[in-house]
Design a protein around this ligand. Structure first.
Ligand SMILES: NC(=O)c1ccc[n+]([C@@H]2O[C@H](COP(=O)([O-])OP(=O)(O)OC[C@H]3O[C@@H](n4cnc5c(N)ncnc54)[C@H](OP(=O)(O)O)[C@@H]3O)[C@@H](O)[C@H]2O)c1
Length: 248
């Protein structure tokens, strides 16, 4: 079946996993809206892939999500795919973490995901696919990351609940949980003083049976799968896409 008239939205779709996923959905024939905060990154993403429609929206701000809803509604958009991808990670050493750091992570990763899906839900087509980008840390107690780890456990929980809440509309909700992926987020979190992530890459290559760090395209292909009719019977799962890292 052709997807020519179908629409998708990827939050945080101007870089990394979100941008690769948006392009993979465009390859499947979707009209793809991408959101982000930085005007430069929005323009760069649309410049890199002219099939993408870039919309400025900070999804940690519920009013900005409402404005996004208003704009899409005014354009008559019905979403067949919603990828709640925008997320952040920062070190939160236990014993030294302040409220501002806690809130930065939860405002985007938890509140942002909640209001993205709740606010945009009226625009979802019956039978739509909602994909929440989690992380393997939902089941891992990685040191100095307890706030991030907990935020991703909440994301995984949302998928379970919303698969139930949205069942009357046959909307599937799944969590895709990546392992380490080479993106700006990892650069920020794991980069050394000289900007190198060599040590982190070496750790990922050792820890994962796949023997390497992930690339955004490794995740994007699975986003396209979860969006597709091939995944019509996949609902409420947490799908780990991590080269096997979290499973051994
Ligand atoms: N990379 C990994 O190893 C890894 C592993 C597991 C899970 N994940 C998850 O994958 C998702 C994407 O991560 P990534 O590594 O691709 O990150 P990234 O390269 O830093 O890209 C993040 C994207 O989100 C946007 N963004 C950030 N804050 C936003 C906000 N408040 N509102 C709207 N957009 C926002 C960014 O654009 P602007 O900054 O311009 O807004 C950018 O487009 C996150 O949920 C992350 O937790 C990543």
């Amino acid at each position: 079946m052709s997807n020519v008239t179908r629409a998708a939205l990827v939050t945080g779709g101007t870089a990394g996993i979100g941008l690769a996923s948006a392009s993979a959905l465009a390859d499947q024939g979707y009209t793809v809206f991408v959101t982000g905060r930085s005007r430069d990154r929005l323009e760069a993403a649309a410049g890199q892939d002219s099939r993408l429609k870039a919309v400025a929206a900070d999804v940690s701000d519920p009013e900005a999500i409402q404005a996004l809803f208003d704009r899409l509604k005014a354009e008559g958009v019905k979403l067949d795919v919603l990828v709640a991808n925008a997320g952040t990670a920062e070190t939160t050493v236990f014993g030294q973490t302040d409220v501002a750091a806690f809130d930065r992570t939860f405002d985007l990763n938890v509140r942002g995901v909640f209001f993205t899906v709740q606010t945009l839900a009226p625009l979802l087509a019956d039978g739509a696919s909602v994909i929440l980008i989690g992380s393997i840390v939902s089941i891992k107690g990685m040191a100095d990351l307890s706030v991030y780890n907990a935020s991703k456990a909440a994301v995984r929980s949302f998928a379970r609940s919303w698969a139930n809440d949205l069942r009357a509309r046959r909307i599937r909700v799944n969590t895709l949980s990546p392992g380490p992926v080479r993106t700006r987020l990892v650069q920020r979190l794991r980069g050394q003083a000289d900007g190198s992530i060599d040590a982190f890459e070496a750790w990922a290559a050792e820890a994962a049976p796949a023997g390497r760090i992930g690339e955004p395209q490794d995740i994007a292909g699975v986003v396209a799968f979860l969006a597709s009719d091939a995944a019509a019977y996949v609902n409420g799962v947490e799908l780990f896409v991590d080269g096997g890292l979290a499973q051994i």
